[in-house]
Design a protein around this ligand. Structure first.
Ligand code: MEV
Length: 309
């Protein structure tokens, strides 16, 4: 018997970085997923795309999640955990959070433990903290709950209702980067200009609340303006780079309403919204110029798990 879990990736629509310091962020689950299969085994271990994971930095966060669950629910952790992923790593789309969420969920399913989004999040965060140092928890919340969320640390996430399906354009700059380093860079800005940073954090919260309203009402033009504004602020605090700025400008020149970096920045991906008739041609235009780009139709569900023989 094995248990399988599939967890969605995510895009932060507004509020990244400031969410670590207490602001609201708006984020959506994306239809690219991480799949984890877990089974009891006499030869326990972790594999990625069929190859054993030997790098301790990659192994240890997942092992931490499994060990914490084994301790709390008193079961043996002699498990084989196999991970496959449609989510590029280091691309700002939350691949590590999706992996932790899928691991926690598959292990719970295998052991017959009924576990909700809150506890999946609690265990997943043990692994996420190893990877990112001081994550806000937004990636884990979106991957476990799915949909579109307004998230703020320490507060129950708010689901944002959409009046219909919407599309987000996602494009990868091709440059991978470390979220941990980016979070530390922003903390440096906060130390240097504490009162200015406090003002920006409050403004980022307002930006996310406004963006949620626009998205909910289907006003993608208004949402796009807010997203472009948010990109400018993120660039000001030093988390964009020339490659990301060029990718944002290119997406706008192809006809998007608005575009911004998504996630930690410094590389990674951008997210954009566009008029209904233009989304596909923008994605094609980005691909023609060599970028990995796709259209993500939202909302999508959160993690799901099941048993198989
Ligand atoms: C990473 O997806 C988003 C950041 O805000 C970090 C976090 O919230 O954990 C940069």
């Amino acid at each position: 018997m094995k248990a399988i879990a599939e967890a969605p990736s995510k895009a932060i629509i507004t509020g990244e970085h400031f969410v670590v310091h207490g602001a609201w962020a708006l984020a959506a689950a994306l239809p690219r997923r991480v799949r984890v299969e877990v089974a009891d085994s006499a030869h326990p271990g972790f594999t990625f795309d069929g190859a054993p994971i030997s790098d301790k930095r990659r192994l240890s966060p997942m092992a931490k999640v499994v060990e914490a669950m084994a301790k709390e629910y008193s079961f043996g952790s002699s498990l084989n955990v196999s991970v496959t992923s449609e989510v590029p790593q280091g691309a700002g789309l939350g691949s590590s959070a999706s992996t932790m969420v899928a691991v926690a969920s598959a292990v719970a399913r295998l052991r017959g433990i009924s576990i909700g989004a809150h506890d999946i999040g609690r265990f997943s965060m043990l692994g996420e903290k190893e990877v990112h140092g001081r994550p806000s928890g937004v990636d884990v919340a979106v991957s476990s709950m799915g949909g579109v969320l307004l998230f703020r640390p320490g507060v129950r996430p708010r689901k944002v209702r959409l009046t219909g399906a919407r599309s987000l354009i996602i494009a990868f700059s091709g440059r991978r980067r470390s979220t941990k380093r980016q979070i530390n860079r922003v903390s440096g800005v906060k130390e240097l200009f504490p009162s200015l940073f406090e003002g920006l954090t409050e403004a980022a919260s307002d930006v996310s609340l406004m963006a949620a309203e626009r998205l909910s009402a289907g006003d993608l033009k208004g949402l796009g303006k807010i997203m472009s504004f948010n990109h400018a602020v993120l660039a000001t605090i030093g988390v964009s780079n020339p490659g990301l700025d060029r990718l944002v400008d290119l997406t706008l020149s192809l006809g998007a309403y608005g575009a911004k970096l998504t996630g930690a920045g410094g590389g990674g991906s951008i997210v954009a919204v566009a008029p209904g008739g233009k989304e596909k041609s923008i994605v094609s235009g980005l691909r023609e110029r060599g970028f990995e780009a796709f259209l993500a139709v939202i909302p999508v569900g959160g993690v799901r798990s099941w048993l198989e023989k």
